[in-house]
Design a protein around this ligand. Structure first.
Ligand code: PMP
Length: 281
């Protein structure tokens, strides 16, 4: 397995990082996950733009344009040029004596790897989710590598035999542990506004754009937990989740068996078509 680390492509066991890296000590870094399909990296520019925005938000000095060329080299060294793969990248604030305040002059640490990964045409599985308290911080818009709240709530889902945890803060459904959440009522798509309580998912943005193209009305508004039984459909979105119908949310069921709701199905169909296009730019 090959890893890109600070300008070099190395065998994964030779890729070493200092214990004083702020990513290791503080979780002080930003990450991205993207997938490469036959037609290139799916929404590559959107992912890299978000990475740059996030780095800017926390004042890590790094220009993501440096990643583009490195990515080609990494994919080639990994034997994955133009092959279906999953790409992980993270940029941390770099190596410095352990003090909370941002160090002056530390160089960001950049790490990336790519793995063979076959994304199914569209997520065929309906997902079951528990409802968990969203006890994360108030800057969930930052794609921080510190993911304790996300992994703890996801673990609770796994332990209880579910596929995802839907998070509730002050009675309002924010998002999933690693996905955004959407509802459909009377043909209108409802999702949490892109504020500081959710990660503004690239897949979320794609879905909103598809709704526009398909003439599906959208409301970006907070949805209260008590409203769940009034909803006709629900789905999760994410880079690897794509658009996944929700069959069970807490003690509420949507539809029966494998039956995916009408609007969810329409969006899944439109999403599948996008995958045949070159969306990298
Ligand atoms: N919310 C959270 C908390 C996530 O971790 C993710 C996946 N990284 C998403 C939403 C979905 O984002 P995207 O569609 O960009 O993968």
């Amino acid at each position: 397995k090959k890893v890109y680390l600070n300008g070099e492509i190395l065998d994964s066991h030779d890729a070493k990082i200092s214990v004083f890296d702020r990513g290791f000590l503080f979780g002080d870094g930003i990450y991205e996950v993207m997938v490469q399909l036959e037609n290139g990296i799916f929404y590559k520019k959107a992912h890299l733009d978000r990475l740059q925005d996030n780095l800017d938000k926390i004042s890590i000095l790094f220009d993501v344009r440096d990643i583009d060329d490195a990515l080609i080299g990494l994919l080639s060294a990994s034997g994955l040029s133009q092959k279906s793969s999953l790409i992980y990248m993270q940029v941390t604030r770099g190596i410095a004596p352990r003090k909370h305040a941002y160090p002056k002059g530390a160089a960001a640490s950049v790490m990336m790897y790519a793995l063979p990964y076959e994304l199914p045409p569209i997520n065929p599985k309906r997902m079951k989710a528990i409802i968990e308290s969203d006890f994360r911080w108030h800057r969930c818009d930052i794609k921080s590598i510190s993911l304790l709240g996300n992994i703890m709530t996801n673990e609770a889902a796994m332990e209880s035999g579910n596929d995802e945890a839907a998070l509730v803060r002050n009675g309002i459904l924010t998002e999933g542990s690693h996905t955004n959440i959407f509802f459909v009522r009377d043909g209108t798509v409802i999702t949490h506004p892109a504020d500081e309580h959710i990660l503004n998912g690239i897949t979320r943005k794609i879905v909103l754009q598809l709704c526009g193209e398909l003439g599906i009305p959208v409301m970006e508004r907070p949805l209260r937990e008590e409203e769940i039984p009034d909803m006709d459909e629900a789905f999760f979105t994410g880079t690897t989740t794509q658009i996944a119908s929700i069959s069970q949310l807490g003690d509420h069921s949507f539809g029966h068996g494998d039956e995916v709701g009408r609007t969810t199905k329409k969006l899944q169909g439109a999403f599948a078509l996008l995958r045949e296009k070159d969306t990298a730019e």
